[in-house]
Design a binder for this molecule. Structure first.
Ligand SMILES: Cc1cc2nc3c(=O)[nH]c(=O)nc-3n(C[C@H](O)[C@H](O)[C@H](O)COP(=O)(O)OP(=O)(O)OC[C@H]3O[C@@H](n4cnc5c(N)ncnc54)[C@H](O)[C@@H]3O)c2cc1C
Length: 299
């Protein structure tokens, strides 16, 4: 069986940044990435200083080219399906039925979205987005939809988005809004439709209108949606990592989980959205913890 200092599961900004830091610290690393990063649907990523507007696949390609300068780093596109603790080591099993041994594990597997209505998927990353900081600039001053179901999410997203466009219509997909919020929105000329959404209409990912079960068809040319987020695998649970009441994996704020030898970085830690920069910084932080722990163990 191949033996590594650390196996990283996930090659988004968190895992890639951790791999770079650990490779530079002369650690033997294997990074798995199966290409299911949630931002693969978008045309451009914004806000990562020096890389504003980069395509997600280019971001990954540049990072992998950088990693290839360090001979102790290997990369695989296999899917990790199981991790078992075996004494002081971990056995990592992949969907190709290959097992790998490692001293440390870094979970950087990100999160995935679940939408209020499945048709959103066709527009997500092209004209519907979830993060105004990431994509608000590109949609500024356009007639936008906000699709969200809980009052807290609607309130937050609408007020935030008003900074980028004042032509906003809220769609609650069958959920009611309190009079207080409705009145606040009315004062800003923001309409609210509480009817269930029947369909979205558009072409090649470009939204044209939102059809309601009442028969109304409201013209919009893009917008923002508030999805639910979840971890796409149960690796943290398999490893018995403790989670808090919100589903966040409990850490020491430097990437160490409650299970010795298991670390976490990026969006999978909180099971909530962040950004490329935050995920990359998390990866760096977890990598320094992994390296320090290995160093002290072996010194
Ligand atoms: C439509 C959209 C647009 C966005 N735009 C921006 C933007 O403009 N700017 C910005 O800063 N952020 C943006 N984001 C958010 C950004 O993509 C995330 O914050 C960031 O990618 C999180 O990094 P991560 O490393 O935690 O996870 P991810 O980037 O999701 O990476 C996790 C990786 O783990 C791998 N993986 C998961 N499970 C396994 C497994 N079992 N085996 C092997 N591999 C596995 C996946 O293949 C994936 O590549 C956007 C997101 C979306 C959805």
């Amino acid at each position: 069986m191949y033996q590594y200092d650390c196996i990283i599961i996930g090659g988004g900004p968190a895992g890639l940044s951790a791999a770079l830091t650990l490779g530079r610290a002369r650690r033997k690393i294997l990074l798995f990435d199966n290409g299911t990063n949630r931002n693969r649907v978008t045309q451009e990523s914004h806000g990562y200083v020096t890389r504003d507007g980069i395509k997600p696949h280019e971001f990954k390609e540049i990072a992998i080219t950088e990693l290839q300068s360090y001979p102790s780093i290997s990369i695989s596109d296999q899917t990790v399906i199981e991790i078992k603790k075996d004494d002081q080591q971990f056995v990592v099993n992949t969907s190709n039925n290959i097992s790998y041994l490692t001293e440390k594990i870094l979970l950087a597997t990100g999160i995935q979205e679940e939408f209020p209505i499945p048709q959103i998927r066709q527009y997500y990353g092209k004209s519907l987005f979830s993060c105004p900081y990431c994509d608000g600039w590109e949609l500024k001053d356009k007639p936008l939809a906000i699709i969200a179901e809980s009052e807290a999410h609607i309130n937050h997203m609408t007020k935030l988005l008003y900074n980028w466009s004042q032509d906003l219509i809220v769609f609650t997909n069958g959920h009611q809004l309190s009079d207080i919020i409705q009145n606040e929105f009315q004062r800003k000329k923001i309409m609210v439709y509480t009817a269930i959404i029947k369909n979205l209409h558009g072409d090649e990912g470009n939204l044209y209108s939102i059809e309601l079960e009442t028969g109304e068809n409201i013209v919009r040319s893009g917008g923002f949606v508030v999805p639910s987020f979840y971890r796409p695998n149960n690796l943290a649970i398999q490893l018995n990592c403790q989670v808090d009441e919100n589903g966040g994996i409990i850490t020491d704020n430097a990437g160490r989980t409650t299970v010795s030898g298991v670390y976490v970085a990026g969006e999978t830690e909180k099971a909530g959205p962040s950004s490329l920069m935050i995920a990359a910084a998390d990866g760096f932080k977890a990598a320094t913890s992994i390296n320090l722990d290995l160093t002290l163990l072996r010194f």
